[in-house]
Design a protein around this ligand. Structure first.
Ligand code: PEP
Ligand code: MG
Length: 540
């Protein structure tokens, strides 16, 4: 087969070679494997998932809904319903197609009935069909993606990414997606090479492929020459990695001797496993969204407390900044975020959503205040626009802490800071009575440049070190200095060696980044001479 090159954009650097596996798009189609036993097993697993989910829904549903669902359960439990689909699979059909066709035939049979009751049941059948298709498409991606595979998809939800076993390598190639999306961030923090924005149809991809995420190229059916080059590149990448690993354990100091504080961004405590806390001076951002993706519902206070405490204990006395739920935007959470927003990035996300769900917010504040007893925990609010939002959140924390204490539960009033990631907060930074600022350059860039972080076509405009951003960052840093407020930056730019000199030129002295980037960021810091950096234009 001919070697073919597809150009995209690097979302996470690195290289990987392996078999291509198409990951079903969110709409719920699962590509067939071509093997009868795998297809039959996939359908059996999807049926079991759908049944389990339905039973759980019944437990949570009021009378009439529970009755409808009970009808669906009865249908699903009856092997007669799935027999035609399994028969089609045995003849070589993919599980997705077999199930779709069998259920469509069944629904058509109901629709043709003279009895109105039966005609109305066709809708139930289609509901069941879709539930099983969704389970087929993504409920158990771990089983569907062999280790070391190059996963291709249009885009991928963060929870799906996390469900794949990346421990034995592999790579990610998305036809759409964006380098600042959350899945891209996760890929970087896990060291999974990823390319986004390939801009072709998924059906183009089959066979083996090489992800060259340094150059942003996917090479389909690589020739022997390309494979040899891959081996050489791997070798030099591992040399660079070894240099970065050594640098990671050293302090970050510029050429002129200025110390720079390096903190970590994590989304899951599992990322800390095997990591030496000595590489950082603390954790600058814990994204808590993934905790809320539990299939069993929202995490309760005890669950959250246990996770926060584990992170704080890992840090061994170093400060740990945990951000309250920042759902919404490109991080929807079923049952929490609003599904009907026309522009979720400008809607009820972050702290706005916490105010809309005070039950969820207060539970999280309690868990955080309890974990704060075990170390230097700080609480950070996302998507703050106005000073009164900070004041309202503070008032809630100031109610929850004494309530815990008077119930005999150890708790501590942790310091409360804000993400500076909405232009309104950055421009009026001097108006916020926050304990600390952390600049979210990912969102701040998208809002300043009016270029969506998930829109590949405008990625060039979403440059975090463009003049408007540098001017704004410099202003926020100056305000923080004048008011003696700690300021750091926890957006992706903080771990990007190309952005680091300019960030330091704004006056920033503390950067937070994915653990995998610490070594290369420290090397970039070591190459900066603050005495020779250009003076940035001040706020007019
Ligand atoms: C940011 O916006 O820069 C940030 C760090 O938060 P997130 O990427 O999780 O939105
Ligand atoms: Mg943000």
């Amino acid at each position: 087969m001919m070697e073919k090159h597809f150009a995209g954009r690097t979302a996470s650097p690195g290289m990987a070679l392996g078999p291509l596996v198409a990951f079903a798009p969110e709409t719920g189609t699962r590509a067939g494997s071509g093997a009868v036993d795998i297809e039959a097993q996939a359908l059996r697993a999807a049926l079991a998932t759908a049944l389990r989910d339905l039973r759980r829904l019944i437990e949570q549903s009021p009378g009439e809904t529970a009755d409808i669902l009970a009808f669906q359960v009865a249908l699903l439990e009856d092997d007669v319903l799935s027999e035609p689909a399994f028969a089609a699979i045995a003849e070589g059909r993919a599980a997705h197609d077999a199930w779709c066709e069998a259920m469509e035939a069944e629904a058509a049979g109901y629709e043709a009935s003279d009895d109105e009751y039966f005609r109305a049941r066709a809708a139930d059948l289609r509901d069941i069909r879709d539930r099983v298709l969704a389970a087929l498409a993504g409920s158990d991606p771990v089983a569907e993606v062999p280790p070391g595979a190059i996963v291709t998809a249009v885009d991928l939800a963060p929870s799906r990414f996390l469900a794949i076993d990346w421990s034995q390598g592999g790579g990610l190639a998305l036809t759409e997606g964006s380098a600042t999306s959350h899945v891209a961030m996760l890929a970087r923090s896990r060291g999974v090479p990823a390319i986004v924005g390939l801009g072709v149809d998924l059906s183009e991809f089959a066979g083996h492929a090489l992800v060259d995420a340094h150059r942003g190229v996917l090479i389909l059916n690589p020739s022997p020459d390309a494979r040899m080059q891959f081996e050489r590149d791997l070798q030099s990448a591992s040399t660079a990695r070894a240099r970065a690993d050594v640098a990671a354990l050293r302090p970050a100091v510029t050429l002129d001797g200025t110390p720079i504080r390096i903190l970590l961004n994590i989304a899951d405590p599992a990322e800390l496993k095997g990591l030496d806390p000595a590489i950082c001076e603390g954790i600058g951002l814990v994204r808590t969204e993934l905790l809320f993706h539990d299939r069993h519902g929202l995490p309760h206070e005890e669950q959250q407390f246990a996770v926060y405490r584990r992170i704080v204990e890992w840090a061994q006395g170093r400060p740990v900044t945990i951000r309250t739920l920042d759902a919404g935007g490109d991080k929807p959470i079923p049952g929490v975020t609003l599904a009907t927003e026309s522009n979720p990035f400008l809607g009820v996300r972050g702290l706005r959503l916490s105010f809309a769900r005070p039950d969820v917010f207060r539970t999280q504040l309690r868990a955080l205040a309890r974990a704060a007893v075990h170390g230097e925990l700080k609480i950070m609010l996302p998507m703050v626009s106005l000073p009164r939002e900070l004041a309202a959140a503070r008032a809630m924390l100031d109610e929850e802490v004494p309530a815990l204490l008077s119930a005999g539960v150890p708790a501590r009033r942790a310091s409360l800071g804000i993400m500076v990631e909405v232009p309104a907060a950055a421009i009026a930074a001097d108006q916020f009575d926050a304990d600390f600022f952390s600049i979210g350059s990912n969102d701040l860039t998208q809002y300043v440049a009016a270029a969506g972080r998930d829109v590949e076509a405008v990625a060039d405009l979403a440059d975090p070190v463009q003049p408007a951003m540098l001017r704004l960052l410099r202003y926020v840093v100056e305000v923080a200095r004048a008011q003696r407020i700690e300021v750091s930056l926890c957006g992706d730019a903080g771990g990007d060696p190309r952005a680091i000199p300019l960030l330091l030129a704004t006056g920033l002295r503390c950067l937070s980044m994915a653990p995998a980037l610490v070594g290369s960021a420290k090397l970039a810091v070591a190459a900066v001479d603050l005495r020779t950096l250009p003076e940035l234009a001040p706020w007019p």
